[in-house]
Write a protein that binds this ligand. Structure first.
Ligand code: BGP
Length: 477
């Protein structure tokens, strides 16, 4: 049999609260950005902040309100994860289940108790929880009060939330991530950071300032986690995917370097503890003044992360010629068509080797342990008469990526802690709000119009992943 991954490599899957839990107003939960992002043509305008929406209305439907009802079905779902052999499950905590108003002095006990039950259920099966503290999740009350991450006071609110969950789950959770895909703030300011732009406002300035506050909040959360939970490991989380130059023309190569830096802007600070010179120059050139205090700089230095986690769905390709940009890439990342790659039904370029390249680039830059916390294929599935789903295309996608990841680990010698594919169970798509863009090993009976029994069933890929895990990645056939 082929070589396995190193002993102790963690296998599992990843989800986000708003995309699977539903029960958006149950047990005292407060409203959050993701709850007001509708399904349908207005979705992108709301996610990006172009169309302000701070409450739900009757004209739209909101997929997160019910999602796949994992809030009530988590036991059944975790049992299925355990049946596949998961050793890790990445999920996020909804900020507003814990602090409904975003910065309440007393946390909501029902929210704390819910996640404690989820954590205990994982532990029952020997599954390590990996928790995302903020996954596209800004409390609406804090947008009304402060304008979301535009305002420095968000740092204090975030830390209050962190203190509540760190105190409660200390000793039960080792792995934490601060902000999911922190770089998405640049592309989806509302969904990523609760930002709405006032007419005439300097959008670049607002985004850089918000990024700074999130980076300081992340660094302070790392320090607090280390203080309250000795031995825990806190990671940053980047929407990754190497940029390739569209041609070997030096201008294209330089453009690709700059595009990668849009992402490294965040992780360079989170991993190395300071803004690199090129980032400072970028900020200056954009005419932006950061609200950055000496205490912030000290916090950034003291709160560097323990590991680097990232999502990888696709590589990107870019040209220096602005006329040649397109939208082949994951949400928000402009990319021209790479003629060597096939695309998914949603136009994301499929590039398993790109995962190995991305891992190597991140390690060459940071020399920190890494964690692949999202990777998967969104596809339309067909349910056969007997209820089976033959999703060989999903198996092919994952097999290709896991094979390349194995080369990164076994041949390039990179320290990768684990792999949590996205998403082990069908959930609401973050970019489109669809149910039909399915990622799961587990099929959920629900369609885009909200119809269905929510019953769960095992696809072919379920049994394939079970075998992959049982052989620690040796058997990928
Ligand atoms: C990432 C997000 C996830 C997720 C995934 C797949 O950007 O962290 O929340 O959903 O992409 O994207 P989508 O659901 O849009 O297909």
């Amino acid at each position: 049999m082929a070589q396995p991954f190193p002993k102790g490599f963690l296998w599992g899957g990843a989800t986000a609260a708003n995309q699977c839990e539903g029960a958006y107003d149950a047990d005292g939960r407060g409203l959050s950005t993701v709850d007001v992002v509708p399904y349908g043509p207005d979705r992108f305008a709301v996610s990006s902040g172009a169309l302000p929406m701070l409450a739900c209305d009757d004209r739209h439907t909101y997929p997160s309100h019910e999602a796949i009802d994992m809030y009530r079905r988590y036991k059944e779902d975790i049992a299925l994860f355990a049946e596949m052999g998961f050793s890790v499950y990445r999920f996020s905590i909804a900020w507003t289940r814990i602090l409904p108003g975003g910065d309440d002095q007393v946390p909501n006990e029902a929210g704390l108790a819910f996640y404690e039950r989820v954590i205990d259920e994982c532990r029952k099966y020997g599954i390590e929880p990996l928790i995302t503290i903020s996954h596209f999740d800004t409390p609406i009350a804090l947008i009304q009060k402060y304008g979301g991450w535009k305002d420095r006071r968000m740092i204090g609110a975030f830390l209050q939330y962190c203190r509540a969950i760190f105190t409660r789950y200390a000793g039960k959770v080792k792995y934490w991530l601060t902000f999911n895909e922190i770089n998405m703030l640049l592309h989806m300011p509302f969904m990523g950071a609760g930002i709405l732009f006032a007419p005439g406002e300097n959008e670049t300035e607002v985004k850089y300032r918000a990024a700074h506050y999130e980076l300081v909040a992340s660094a302070r959360a790392v320090q607090l986690a280390h203080e309250l939970m000795p031995g825990c490991m806190v990671g940053c989380m980047l929407a990754a995917g190497q940029y390739y130059p569209a041609t070997p023309a030096p201008a294209d190569v330089h453009r690709a370097l700059e595009a990668d830096r849009d992402n490294y802007f965040f992780t360079d600070v989170q991993v190395r503890g300071a803004y690199p010179a090129w980032a400072q120059k970028r900020i200056e050139r954009a005419g932006v003044t950061l609200d950055c205090t000496p205490a912030d700089l000290a916090d950034l230095r003291a709160g560097t992360v323990d590991f680097v986690s990232f999502s990888y769905y696709a590589s990107h390709c870019i040209s220096a010629d602005p006329k040649q940009t397109g939208r082949y890439g994951n949400a928000g990342a402009a990319s021209v068509k790479n003629p060597y790659l096939a695309v998914t039904e949603w136009g994301w370029q499929i590039d398993p080797v790109g995962l190995r390249i991305t891992c190597n680039s991140l390690y060459d830059r940071y020399q920190k342990p890494m964690f692949v916390v999202e990777n998967g294929l969104g596809a339309t599935d067909r349910v056969e008469k007997d209820g089976t789903v033959h999703d060989g295309y999903r198996i092919d996608y994952l097999r290709g990526h896991i094979r390349e990841l194995k080369k990164a680990v076994n041949e390039d010698g990179l320290p990768v802690l684990g792999y949590t594919m996205w998403s082990p169970i069908d959930i609401v798509s973050a970019s489109t709000g669809e149910m039909k863009k399915r990622y799961g090993f587990i099929y959920v009976d629900k369609d885009d119009a909200g119809r269905g029994t929510l019953a769960r069933s095992r696809k072919d890929s379920f049994f394939w992943y079970q075998k992959v895990i049982a052989s620690n990645g040796a058997d990928l056939d």
